[in-house]
Write a protein of this length. Structure first.
Length: 204
């Protein structure tokens, strides 16, 4: 039952203590706001982590490093480089491996030029099977294929970010970009990603 006297008393108390009432209301509002903010941030981190787990979840990545101990007269600190012979050896000795996709990464950023526009990107050499290991959306053109490898074509797949910075609204397919003095023909554009190892930058 609605009690008019009680609500009148409550309203009178609020009017007498405006500052205290205002601070209380602000504290409640701020607490709810921070709770919503933390819940949203936590959900965003969870979604980001789950997205990373879903990329190449059945893959193993190997990087060469330097030796830490001497071996048969060789000094420690030697740099180890994988070769195509290692790929052949893995295929012959580990038949359970379905796909092997070698990748040659040029560490750091390199200047990539198209016409008068220049920007810095990570540059990597990829094999056609790369998309079987880490799928990505090719927004236009195509990815590297076996014929490119066999004929040693100088072709490149760039990311959408590189397309925006170098080409703006101009279609990049068929155009040539300059990477460290060597010209590569753009054959495709892949969706840029923040995940390391994806074709988010010029590769060829």
């Amino acid at each position: 039952m609605f009690d008019l006297d009680k609500w009148t008393e409550i309203w009178a108390t609020i009017r007498r203590h405006k500052l205290r009432t205002g601070l209380t209301m602000f504290g409640v509002f701020w607490g709810i706001f921070m709770l919503i903010l933390l819940l949203g941030a936590g959900k965003g981190l969870e979604n980001g982590a789950m997205a990373n787990f879903n990329v190449a979840k059945n893959a193993v990545f190997l990087w060469s490093q330097r030796t830490s101990v001497p071996y048969k007269g060789l000094k420690p600190g030697r740099g180890i480089q994988f070769t195509n012979d290692d790929i052949i050896a893995i295929r012959q000795n580990i038949p359970e491996v379905d796909v092997i996709a070698p990748s040659n990464s040029m560490w750091g950023s390199y200047q990539v030029t198209y016409g008068t526009k220049t920007s810095a990107f990570e540059v990597r050499g990829e094999y056609p099977d790369f998309l079987k290991v880490k799928p990505n959306d090719i927004t236009s053109g195509r990815f590297i294929n076996d014929r490119d490898i066999k004929e040693k074509r100088k072709v490149a797949v760039i990311g959408t970010r590189a397309q925006e910075l170098l080409f703006a609204d101009k279609p990049p397919i068929g155009e040539y970009i300059n990477i460290k003095g060597a010209f590569f023909q753009v054959v495709g554009v892949a969706k840029s990603r923040a995940t390391p190892g994806s074709p988010s930058t010029p590769t060829g």
